[in-house]
Design a protein around this ligand. Structure first.
Ligand code: PMP
Length: 395
């Protein structure tokens, strides 16, 4: 029977890992894969995570199921991290889920239950896996304008013009911070305006926040979610701990529902638990316990926040060095946006041919849409990278 199966389209991000591996050129650069790397190109385990794992191993007394919502104390910790003081009392519930992806999927199913004919709006462009994770039932996926490839920044006028036309059957996916793949983000004043539009039009905001702390800081990066939490009646928030705790393979995330009243929030909470039961029953425990242990211990929490800051500062300083190098090597101000972008990624605005040329002639690997992982660079190869980009764009 298997012969009737179609060949799925290869994942663009995962597909380019294989040719990189077999490339024997010693100065090859992998800017494609979406994980944080330190200045030696390694994705190490944070010290705070190692210590929490040690404690977990020592203290754990049972492996019995954690319950449908997962670890309730973990969900509380995540609520504090993401919402701060902005969560309206009794109206926000969290569900521990397998990664940001699992959270997105659970909330997509909830959306399909509430509004079987909803239209979900994603930014142009967005993280490609959004299409697969959000597509369920009759849900239609549409795109709102977001990135202006001319300026490599947000086309806010076009974005808000589209959002103003939406209504209560529309759901809008908003990247909480560090937009993937573009790196271009909304300012606090722009978040305020989008929140007002949500109130006026009644569209349902659905946040995806996967890089909190990778942009301007843990608090700063939560501005959008918190502004909405204190402005709109209802919203959905999918959170990933993969990047900011560096625990990618442990699959740690949280799906939040915020209801207009305590009653409707409870109802939504019952439903996400019921949805999770039908998908994977219970979430994996290890990574979520690590996050809980870190957050609950003041010293470990501080250590984690320092480690997060180190990752964040490294990316910001690489961005500044890149922009400087572009100017120094004759790129003018065209690439200044790299220093303004935030998070792990920037979309450089190159053509697929230019991206191919970078791979063939310079052993520089990025995603076909010209998304680069800033953390994949090292100070000592910035000038080489910039020279290569200028050669393919100007040559
Ligand atoms: N949302 C966005 C925008 C992402 O970039 C990612 C990770 N690439 C996720 C969600 C999901 O992350 P994970 O499932 O690995 O926690």
């Amino acid at each position: 029977m298997f012969e009737t199966l179609p060949h799925p389209k290869p994942d663009a991000i995962l597909a380019q890992m294989a040719p990189f591996k077999v490339d024997t050129r010693p100065d090859k650069m992998n800017l494609g894969v979406g994980v944080y790397m330190n200045d030696k190109g390694e994705t190490i385990i944070l010290d705070s995570v190692k210590e929490a794992e040690r404690r977990l191993l020592e203290q754990e007394t049972t492996k019995t199921y954690v319950g449908l919502a997962g670890d309730v104390a973990y969900n509380e910790a995540m609520k504090e991290i993401v919402f701060g003081d902005a969560a309206p009392a009794g109206r926000v519930y969290g569900l521990q889920a397998p990664g940001g992806s699992g959270s997105l999927r659970v909330l997509a199913e909830l959306m399909a239950r509430m509004r079987p004919n909803a239209k979900v709006w994603v930014s142009t462009p967005t993280w490609p896996n959004h299409y697969a994770l959000l597509k369920t039932g009759n849900i239609e996926i549409a795109e709102y304008p977001y990135f202006d490839p001319e300026t490599c920044s947000v086309d806010f006028d076009a974005m808000t013009a589209k959002l103003r036309t939406l209504g209560s059957d529309d759901v809008v996916i908003l990247h909480g911070c560090c937009h993937n793949p573009t790196g271009a983000n909304l300012s606090p004043a722009q978040w305020d305006e989008v929140a007002e539009i949500a109130v006026e039009t009644g569209f349902l905001p659905f946040f995806d926040i996967a890089y909190q702390g990778f942009g301007d800081g843990l608090e700063e990066d939560a501005y959008g979610v918190r502004k909405f939490a204190s402005t709109v009646k209802e919203m959905l928030v999918a959170v990933s701990c993969s990047k900011n705790f560096g625990i990618y393979r442990d699959r740690v995330g949280c799906a939040f529902v915020m209801g207009g009243t305590e009653e409707t929030a409870t109802l939504a909470n019952e439903n996400i638990q019921n949805i999770a039961r039908g998908m994977y029953s219970m979430p994996p425990d290890h990574g979520a316990s690590v996050v809980r242990i870190i957050w609950q211990d003041p010293e470990l929490r501080q250590q984690w926040m320092d480690e997060l800051k180190t990752m964040c500062t490294r990316m910001t300083s690489l961005r500044n060095l890149l922009a400087e190098s572009f100017r120094k090597q004759g790129g003018g101000d065209r690439f200044d946006f790299v220093a303004v972008h935030r998070g792990m990624f920037s979309l450089l605005g190159l053509t697929p041919e230019q991206v191919d040329k970078l791979r063939q002639d310079h052993a520089i690997y990025m995603i076909g849409d010209s998304r680069v992982n800033i953390a994949g660079m090292q100070e000592q190869n910035i000038d080489r990278f910039v020279a290569a980009v200028l050669e393919v764009t100007q040559g």
